[in-house]
Design a protein around this ligand. Sequence first.
Ligand code: ADP
Ligand code: MG
Length: 316
Amino acid sequence: MIIKDLGEFGLIDRIKSTVSAPSKVTGIGDDCAIIPQKKGFDTLVSCDMLVEGVHFLKNDIPPYRLGWKSAAVNISDIAAMGGKPFGTFLSVSLPGDLEVNWMDEFMNGFNDCSNRYGVVLLGGDTTSSKNGICINVTVLGNCASGTSKLRSDAKVGDLICVTGNLGDSAGGLKVILQNAERSESGLKLIERHYMPMPRVTEGLSLSRESGVHAMMDISDGIASDIRHILKASGVSAEIDIDKIPISSELRAVWPQEAVRLAVSGGEDYELLFSVSQECEKGLEIPHSVIGKIIERSDKLILWRGSEEEFHGFEHF
Ligand code: ADP
Ligand code: MG
């Protein structure tokens, strides 16, 4: 058997089966690990890696934007728990012939994004690379004890909601890869792809609502990500394709594929959450209701308004 046979999530399950987290600590399986502290708060920790050729093409992405994105995708995992991010560790593996200016620009983007969210770089590691650039960021955050939102708490009858629009990032990537016309809308999609804005304020607001049950960020596309909530919570979902929020830019640039990009495309870093019907009415943050949590049936997801089955991104 090779890694490809297991797939990304099969491999993570296999790794998970070799360890057990200490009691009271939430380990592998959510957007962050949760480590309870003594004085009424929990520490949240997560890490995410960006690999040249897998997550980005060096000649396509300006280093400033890669720096921004490296910070943003990590901060987003703290937002996904309803936490407040405060620090990062940055590990880089770089070819010796890389221009110093490239790294300076990378740091400008990394720090601009971090500053925007009140996050500061606290350490890291640096090594040479024989094969391309690899960036790994660890992010730390915190939240009041027991208030973080897990993937495993969705309840039958909950409404399924998302913040923002979906598919813009995938639409922007498609403009880049297909060298399509960079219209005003096309450029906006590219910006959404390179410079995601993690939903920290929204996550904090949702964390204060006891009626918000499960939450995660959308990194691999909702078709893939919602499965994590459904599997962890032992429930199924009905998703109404017509209610998926799609921007006018995505519809303008990719009219035929807007829906598929919105459902299957990754890297929007919006929040996906389940909330009781009563609580949803009073939510203060802008959001769209896209479906409902139902009892577990043989199908994990019933796609209303489409004959198609949708799948998100998975490595291998
Ligand atoms: P996210 O998309 O939110 O970053 P992932 O799908 O990458 O989450 O990871 C799912 C869970 O598996 C997380 O809790 C993560 O910490 C854990 N995980 C992923 N890869 C590994 C690994 N190599 N070793 C231990 N835990 C891992
Ligand atoms: Mg996540």
